[in-house]
Design a protein around this ligand. Structure first.
Ligand SMILES: *Cc1c(COP(=O)(O)O)cnc(C)c1O
Length: 369
């Protein structure tokens, strides 16, 4: 049986009654779209973060895109982000009508190198989109200083960092807005597509509610364009409400697995995840690094291990983003990391015997040299 980096089926067996009850609750309710479950989840997710608002949307890509539009970002604006991210971060900036501008990542964390941001700021820069990739946060203090000095908005891409903290502050609560994906694999995942934006900015919240609902304020009357149909679905909202109560347990389980990997692999020549000062990592992914990555992955496949690389192609080198004008060589740390990193299986319900199998198999391959 192939071993996957992620698998939802064990979690579903553990939580099946609650998940089915969530579905039943919605199907028996009087409103199937934007009803009590969406409102309830929005209130509870905002409360978890200690912010004023959460607006549920249909996926993480639209959380970033509508989040930017709600902050006034649009055509003619530049938005600074990274190329080592899920392509949707960049598609969302592009989709908002703005121009993505990339800075390189730090070689220890593979996160935005905040020391490189100042040089990328121009008169057209409107916003910064730090991506809290893999489960730990980009150092936000230097970005806040730059944002204050240049009048920029910060939208945090929190799609991989639900519950992560930096000096005690939760991901998504420092910038003007935090965009989340609840794609099933994420630290807080629905059973299909879902997303949300948190903010304490009342105007951004009002904009988001219109943006996700055809640009309407009240039924059938459009007050602004662009408008989208980008609503969070009731069924997923109700499942997310149930799972939010378990979020801290999921994170604890991820940390326990990360601890076992770290201990068992410490004396190998794999480079293990490094945690930046002040960060509490939630281990959405357990990303390791080795110069012979491709040979290791090939050997792992022979043992039926289906490991993944997040991400094998830096966004700025993809043909779909050729219009941005970057070429290979522009972001050296991003490019070398893409050739050397890979992710070990990681999800809260990952059984101990599978963790052990991952460890022993990896050690066998690494010892072979
Ligand atoms: C998953 C992800 C997204 C996109 O979320 P979807 O729900 O798949 O649209 C955006 N940014 C990052 C960093 C992600 O990991």
């Amino acid at each position: 049986m192939a071993i996957h980096v992620w698998d939802h089926r064990l979690e579903y067996e553990n939580e099946r009654e609650d998940i089915l009850d969530a579905v039943d609750t919605v199907f028996r309710s009087d409103q199937l779209i934007l009803g009590d479950s969406v409102r309830g989840f929005e209130a509870e997710f905002a409360a978890y973060h200690g912010v004023a608002h959460c607006v549920g949307v249909d996926n993480g890509t639209n959380a970033v895109k509508l989040g930017l539009q709600a902050l006034g970002v649009g055509p003619g604006d530049e938005v600074i982000t990274v190329s080592n991210t899920a392509a949707p971060t960049v598609l969302a900036i592009d989709g908002a009508g703005a121009t993505p501008v990339f800075v390189d990542v730090h070689p220890d964390t593979y996160l935005m190198d905040t020391g490189k941001v100042a040089a990328a700021i121009t008169e057209r820069t409107k916003a910064l989109v730090p991506v809290h990739l893999y489960g730990q946060m980009v150092d936000l203090a230097p970005l806040q200083e730059l944002a204050a000095a240049h009048g920029l908005k910060i939208l945090e891409d929190c799609a991989q960092s639900h519950g992560a903290r930096q000096n005690g502050r939760l991901a998504g609560t420092t910038g003007e807005a935090g965009a989340f994906s609840f794609y099933p694999t994420k630290v807080l995942g629905a059973y299909g597509d879902a997303g949300g934006v948190i903010t304490s900015d009342d105007e951004a919240e009002a904009n988001l509610r219109r943006l996700r609902y055809y640009g309407m304020e009240d039924r059938y009357y459009v007050v602004r364009t662009p408008g989208h149909n980008a609503r969070l679905d009731e069924v997923h909202a109700e499942i997310l409400r149930r799972k939010l109560r378990r979020l801290d347990d999921y994170i604890a389980a991820r940390r326990a697995i990360a601890g076992r990997y770290a201990e068992a692999l410490a004396d190998t020549d794999l480079i293990l995840p490094k945690i930046a000062p002040g960060n509490d990592h939630v281990y959405y992914l357990y990303v390791v690094r080795h110069p012979a990555r491709d040979e290791i992955l090939k050997a792992l496949r022979e043992f039926d291990f289906n490991f993944r690389v997040s991400y094998p192609w830096p966004v700025h080198t993809m043909t779909g983003f050729a219009h941005l004008g970057y070429s290979t060589g522009d972001l050296p740390e991003t490019e070398v990391a893409a050739h050397e990193i890979f992710s070990l299986p990681m999800y809260p319900a990952l059984p101990e015997d599978l963790q052990d199998k991952v460890i022993t198999t990896l050690r066998k391959i690494l010892d072979r040299g």
